[in-house]
Ligand binder design. Structure first.
Ligand SMILES: [Fe+2]
Ligand SMILES: [Zn+2]
Length: 424
């Protein structure tokens, strides 16, 4: 367990033990509760003037009593088969002294809901939209090279893994907003990636092991293990659940020309394509490429054969048209292109345009990592690659890499944000 994990574990207990899940600061109060049998809702009239309806079935489902809500697991124990969908309350009362809505059900069961708790779960369209937006965390900022030259965050390895919450918060925040952070002064041994991964979330194993080593190998089973140039790409596009974040630790850098790392913001590039060639943007957002990785990993502890295949569009967009994920990887792009004949050439046009924009000097960030540098980047957004180099006897370029998923990173971000907010 890392130092940070101990801090987070202790703070978890400090946070949750005394909680009764219902007594936060009284920001909003209900002045009147109206049982509206026509709409099947309890309408709450608030002290700030608005009226918000809460459906009967939702209220019954959301009872916070110890029979319906398990107090130590902090989860619902009421089962759906115990829920009557067309239930109606026997009576509804506003307990303004306790700042609670009190609902009595036909079987005598009584549910009490703190006003503020209900306020935070309102069904008003604006509130629902704001809550969903909040789930994504801070807003992303698209970048080109000039922007990233100004905003690339460098964090000190010891501070990051040593439990400094402000450093961890900065790193996580930048990772969410820009998708790229550089950790510096890590020890030049294998293992630093695992430490960083367990600090940001949890290391996610793949068929290349818990972490993987990048050095040129004879009979390489992955192009990364050669000295060739690697075009901008995302890793593991053949996994349905493509890793969220990648860490690449430079243990020993190639001496001499070549070996520079390259990064670009594919969300920015995709927006350029959308503006200049909406037809290609639409194609890349709707027609999939297939990706495959087939071979054997002798160095992983489990010495496994792998045969991964997944089909996905290069761009994923949400219901509002925002880009949520980009995936491309030329070496593992399958030779099977499962598309109508007339789309073949435009698909290549799209691939080419995407690649050329990522490589354009205005968009591409290029720097040679020093020994002890660890690039941490959003593997679903920021393309990475490297310039080719020549392996010599006295120069061996060695990196260690690993992955962390966004679920764990966002989880840690929320906890660290709360801890810093609660600091005296
Ligand atoms: Fe890669
Ligand atoms: Zn109950």
């Amino acid at each position: 367990m890392t130092v940070l994990n101990v801090i987070l574990f202790l703070s978890f207990w400090k946070r949750w033990k005394p909680s009764d899940f219902g007594q936060p600061a009284p920001l909003h109060q209900v002045v009147k509760a109206v049982n509206n049998r026509t709409s099947g809702c309890v309408d709450l009239v608030w002290n700030f003037g608005s009226v918000t309806p809460f459906p009967y079935v939702w209220l019954r489902d959301s009872c916070l009593c110890p029979d319906c809500f398990h107090p130590t697991t902090l989860s619902r124990s009421l089962r759906i088969d115990q829920l009557q969908v067309d239930i109606e309350p026997q009576s509804v009362q506003n307990d303004s002294a306790a700042q609670q809505l009190v609902v009595t059900w036909p079987d005598g069961h009584v549910s009490r809901y703190p006003h503020q708790w209900l306020r935070e779960r309102s069904f008003a369209k604006r509130d629902v939209k704001a809550r969903r937006k909040q789930l994504d965390g801070p807003k992303t900022v698209l970048w080109d090279r000039a922007t990233m030259d100004r905003h690339l965050l460098h964090v000190d390895y010891d501070r990051l893994v040593g439990g400094d919450l402000a450093t961890l918060h900065d790193a996580l925040h930048h990772l969410i907003v820009y998708g790229l952070v550089l950790v510096r002064k890590a020890p030049t041994d294998f293992g630093a990636v695992e430490e960083i991964g367990e600090t940001l979330g949890h290391v996610r194993p793949t068929h290349y092991g818990k972490t993987f080593r990048v050095a040129s190998k004879v009979d390489a089973n992955n192009l990364a293990y050669t000295a060739n140039e690697l075009a901008p790409h995302m890793d593991l596009t053949y996994y349905e659940y493509m890793p969220g974040v990648q860490m690449l630790h430079c243990i020993s850098q190639h001496i001499g020309d070549g070996g520079e790392s390259i990064f670009s913001d594919s969300f920015h590039v995709a927006e350029v394509i959308r503006a200049r060639r909406p037809d290609l943007f639409h194609l890349l957002a709707t027609v999939p490429f297939e990706f495959a990785d087939i071979g054997e990993e002798a160095e992983s502890r489990s010495r496994c054969r792998f045969h991964k295949i997944h089909e996905r569009t290069m761009f994923c967009i949400d219901e509002d048209g925002n880009i949520t994920q980009v995936a491309t990887n030329n070496p593992v792009r399958s030779y099977r292109l499962n598309v109508p004949l007339e789309l073949v050439k435009p698909m290549y046009e799209g691939l080419r345009m995407f690649n050329d924009l990522c490589r354009h000097p205005d968009n591409q960030l290029t720097f040679k990592m020093d020994n002890g540098d660890v690039a941490v980047f959003n593997n679903r957004r920021v393309t990475h690659g490297r310039l080719g180099f020549t392996v010599t006897e006295d120069s061996q370029r060695t990196l260690e890499g690993g992955y962390v998923d966004w679920d764990d990173i966002m989880c840690r971000y929320r906890i660290v944000t709360d801890l810093l907010r609660e600091r005296p």
